[in-house]
Ligand binder design. Structure first.
Ligand code: NAP
Length: 261
């Protein structure tokens, strides 16, 4: 049976590495990004694995793009989805998180929320039915048919989203957007968990990863704590592969430990 995965935010960073990782496992990867012609690394991957990669244009802040992409996936990829990863994200439109209130603006907050929170929610609206029709090939298999799951929805969160763990302050737009994304994830786990086969919905923190998002802050990261994308994605796939419907609605770090909301 074909395993269908949508990676949203696949042009670079962690999203691109999810594509690489899943292709190696023989998965059919539908890689969504907002500017396919500029996504050189993704295009290179497609040229190497022509039959396993389909690149679809999708700006996560555009409802019509999301709707069109979902219709396309439904029509051209068998109407079912085993895994959706919302990986796109921005720290702030300026590339740096706010350090104090004087840096906070409506524009910065709104733009960050649109990419990090509202986009993933709209993805669930249109891709939810495909996830409900999928499942079984990713995640932990249950011998009890009453506990069988449908597809899995992963929202890329961040540890700084944790209210309980917030001791430093700052980064208003990013923290607010990811905390709200965690609420979105928990809400989705309830609504998409009502069917006979439940869609598993989780929020994951990838660690501090060597990508352009975190680049301005690399010098502050203690030695050994800056992960490569390969490291981070292999940890995250370990968590995803072990998920069952009992874990839906939870928020995990890269090490598989739950993070307090
Ligand atoms: N790196 C870390 O240390 C770290 C830590 C905690 C959480 N995270 C989270 O992990 C996820 C992946 O981050 P990353 O480190 O891989 O960042 P990254 O290398 O900067 O990549 C960000 C991705 O988001 C895409 N994107 C931005 N705006 C978009 C839009 N409007 N529509 C569609 N795609 C859009 C980018 O596409 P373009 O190429 O088109 O710009 C790019 O593919 C994010 O959600 C981030 O918040 C990362």
């Amino acid at each position: 049976m074909t395993t269908n995965v949508v990676i949203q935010g696949a042009s670079r960073g962690i999203g691109l590495q999810f594509c690489r990782h899943l292709i190696q496992k023989g998965t059919n990867v539908i890689a969504c990004c907002r500017a396919p012609s500029q996504a050189e690394d993704l295009q290179k991957l497609k040229s190497e694995y022509e039959n396993q990669v389909d690149i679809v244009k999708l700006d996560v802040t555009s409802e019509s793009d999301i709707q069109e992409a979902a219709k396309y996936v439904s029509k051209c990829h068998g109407g079912k989805l085993d895994l959706l990863i919302n990986s796109s994200g921005i720290l702030h439109p300026s590339g740096r998180g706010e350090t104090s209130l004087k840096d906070v603006s409506f524009k910065g907050l709104e733009d960050t929320l649109r990419v990090n929170t509202l986009g993933p929610l709209m993805m669930a609206k249109y891709f939810g039915p495909l996830l409900m029709a999928g499942g079984g090939t990713i995640g932990k298999k249950s011998s009890d048919p009453r506990k069988a799951h449908a597809g899995i929805l992963v929202n890329m969160s961040a540890r700084v989203a944790s209210i309980g763990d917030n001791r430093l302050g700052g980064w208003y737009s990013y923290r607010v957007s990811k905390t709200a994304l965690n609420m979105v994830t928990r809400n989705l786990s309830i609504e998409l968990g009502r069917g006979r086969k439940k869609v598993i919905c989780v929020a994951l923190h990838p660690g501090t990863v060597d990508t352009s998002l975190s680049r301005p802050y690399h010098k502050n990261v203690p030695a050994g704590q800056l992960f490569s994308v390969e490291q981070s994605v292999s940890y995250l796939m370990g968590i995803i592969d072990g998920l069952s419907s009992a874990e839906t609605g939870r928020y995990y770090g890269w090490d598989g430990k739950e993070i307090p909301f």
